[in-house]
Write a protein that binds this ligand. Structure first.
Ligand SMILES: [Zn+2]
Length: 395
């Protein structure tokens, strides 16, 4: 297999292997997986091997054993959840991105968002621009009424098909938390650039691989992600496609990185930026954190996980005695009453009643860790908490 980002045939370097990953961590089960007492626990493992490797030419880190067919089936399954903002109010993060976008687009701009999710960027920008197209395989209802400058195109992102459906030329393209799910990123980025007018802007946002490695968040490696990006690697790639970096944002204490590129017409001199090369130390340090987590849990019999998103589904596959995990907390009402995958771990609202008898809570929601810990303490929870965002530590 050649590198999906630069097509190099050089053998990539192995960084980390995990064997029990779920096919998709974005899924929940409607019914429990029976075990002896049906009270928490269960198998809590998947049957996928993730082989994290790094290209020795362009530096791209990717899952060598990614199986597109298998995960495509999961994306169409019933228990699959899209990201959803629990509150309707515009989050600070969306506000930050919006303000930055408005430096580059105005009332005359025509925008295209690929995979708009629940439509938070569309909501933020719709009144500021001339027109917005959204593209997604699913029929999304963006919950915006009385808007006539928005068109949803149902389908996969395909440059040729799209060109035939667009009434306007595109001068801004955005895709947030999509690129890491694409197993052919070079082709995808080339198509994005082709669709964009000269001097048009791209805004791309991805998880920041350097940050997750710095804090050894092993549970961020899940099968839904085909690859992981460093800022400079994305800059090098887009530069080779005729785009220059014009701006950047770091969000959630650098866990996410957002980059703005401008498509330029004249050929440019390629000036490759340096990036980090990793080695087997990644695996050693990840393993150290996995051991630490299990040591904290070894004397507890009533464990809860906080967060039923991809991080929660991922972290349970690393826990030695999953039968001791009794429940999972999540504020998203759509998920309450469902189960983490291959388990009898029910998802509940984190209220006083549900918190009683819990000895220890593992936080598997690094974006909101501090807020979660504060809210648990405010609710009167007095048991142990294990934080995992910056280090695996007992609170
Ligand atoms: Zn490469």
């Amino acid at each position: 297999m050649s590198c999906p980002l630069c097509r190099s045939n050089q053998t990539p370097k192995e960084l980390f292997i995990t064997k029990n990953a779920f096919t998709s961590s974005g899924k929940l089960d409607k019914n429990l997986t029976k075990n002896i007492n049906n009270n928490g626990g269960g198998y809590c493992k998947g049957d996928n091997t993730i082989t994290l490797v790094q290209c020795q030419d362009c530096g791209y880190v990717y899952n060598l054993t990614f199986d597109l067919k298998k995960i495509s089936r999961e994306y169409q399954s019933e228990g699959y959840f899209s990201r959803k903002i629990v509150s309707r109010a515009m989050s600070n993060v969306i506000k930050t991105i919006k303000d930055k976008c408005l430096k580059y687009i105005d009332k005359n701009s025509v925008c295209l968002e690929i995979a708009p999710g629940s439509g938070d960027m569309v909501n933020a920008l719709i009144n500021e621009v001339k027109f917005i197209y959204t593209v997604d395989p699913s029929l999304v209802s963006l919950e915006i009424e009385n808007i006539n400058n928005l068109k949803h195109i149902q389908g996969f992102f395909d440059c040729d098909i799209l060109k035939s459906k667009l009434e306007y030329k595109i001068d801004f393209i955005t895709f947030r938390h999509l690129l890491e799910h694409i197993n052919t990123p070079l082709d995808f980025l080339q198509n994005v650039v082709n669709l964009l007018e000269n001097n048009g802007i791209i805004y791309v946002e991805v998880p920041n691989f350097n940050e997750l490695v710095k804090h050894n968040r092993f549970y961020e490696i899940f099968n839904d992600h085909c690859g992981y990006y460093q800022k400079n690697i994305l800059i090098n790639t887009l530069q080779s496609l005729g785009c220059e970096i014009v701006d950047e944002i770091f969000l959630f204490r650098e866990q996410h990185v957002g980059l703005f590129f401008k498509k330029i017409s004249e050929p440019q001199i390629l000036n490759k930026l340096n990036f980090n090369f990793f080695d087997s130390n990644v695996s050693i340090l990840f393993q150290k954190n996995i051991t630490k987590l299990n040591e904290f849990l070894c004397n507890c019999n009533n464990i809860a996980i906080y967060g039923s998103g991809a991080h929660g589904n991922s972290i349970i596959t690393f826990i030695d005695h999953p039968e001791k995990i009794k429940k999972c907390f999540d504020l998203d009402k759509r998920k309450q009453g469902m189960y983490l995958q291959n388990s009898s771990i029910i998802i509940q609202e984190p209220n006083i009643e549900n918190l009683k008898d819990v000895e220890i809570i593992v936080i598997a929601a690094p974006l909101y860790e501090e807020e979660i810990i504060n809210s648990l303490r405010e609710k009167g929870y007095k048991g142990h908490i294990i934080a995992t965002e910056k280090e695996v530590i007992l609170k």
